[in-house]
Write a protein that binds this ligand. Structure first.
Ligand code: DC
Length: 231
């Protein structure tokens, strides 16, 4: 830990993008903890605004209705990698944002440009105020939110590996159904007009299909340290 603190003398911004089930969250949290950096799960922010829309009876199939209230939810993210938190209007929504209902609606809500503008603003301000630096994970961090990040990683894995990991997280959910749902959500996230899921031209691609989580973490920590040494 002392080592980690010493290594953080210069703030460093790390963007980690990729589709679901590639190990983004576990990797990002562990890398941030190891290097003494803050951590931001941007998917949780899109889930939180989706939860607010559902709770307030907004028609998810109506982008104009979503856009009209995009600025209403007060979303606050706690960026300690050991204990990330998320609240909406002061309510802890860490549990409710992981329900099947929110998961099935988040792609539609996050495709609305007004929603993306609002959440992107929150993300940039959190990154700018992170004193030691931050690991930000999402879909459009390297391309749109933080195009000047010191290091950009794009995590990939085969659809089979991603579905197996997700169904493990969901305590044995049916593999075939999980795979189909993942592919559908990735297709929606990759094909939307405003800042789709995409690899930045200067991102390092890491295929995690045959790697353990520890190997992926080690790989990213090494890449951050190399970047730091080169500055
Ligand atoms: O990482 P996750 O599965 O919790 O993300 C939930 C959804 O949020 C995902 O389907 C796409 C969207 N998202 C996004 O559009 N942009 C981001 N930077 C992060 C997530």
């Amino acid at each position: 830990m002392e080592n980690g603190a010493a290594r953080t003398a210069q703030p460093v911004i790390v963007a980690i993008d990729g589709p679901s089930g590639t190990g983004k969250s576990s990797t990002s949290k562990a890398v941030a903890a190891q290097l003494g950096l803050s951590y931001l799960d941007t998917g949780a922010q899109y889930r939180a605004i989706t939860w607010w829309m559902v709770t307030n009876g907004i028609d998810i199939d109506d982008p104009t209705a979503i856009a009209a209230v995009a600025g209403k939810a007060d979303i606050v993210s706690g960026t300690d990698p050991a204990h990330p938190t998320i609240t909406v209007d002061g309510v802890d929504v860490a549990g409710p944002i992981r329900t099947q209902e929110v998961t099935s609606k988040v792609s539609a809500v996050s495709a609305v440009p007004e929603v993306r503008a609002r959440i992107t603003e929150l993300q940039r301000s959190l990154a700018a105020s992170a004193e030691t630096g931050i690991v930000v994970e999402g879909r459009d961090i390297g391309t749109t939110v933080l195009p000047d990040a010191d290091l950009k990683i794009f995590l990939t894995a085969s659809p089979e590996a991603r579905a197996a990991r997700r169904s493990g997280e969901l305590k044995g959910a049916d593999l075939h159904t999980t795979r189909e749902a993942l592919i559908k959500r990735d297709a929606a996230d990759s094909s939307r007009k405003t800042s789709p899921l995409a690899k930045a031209g200067d991102a390092v691609e890491v295929d995690t299909t045959d790697l353990t989580l520890s190997q992926v973490i080690e790989c990213v920590v090494t890449l951050v340290e190399e970047k730091r040494a080169a500055r």
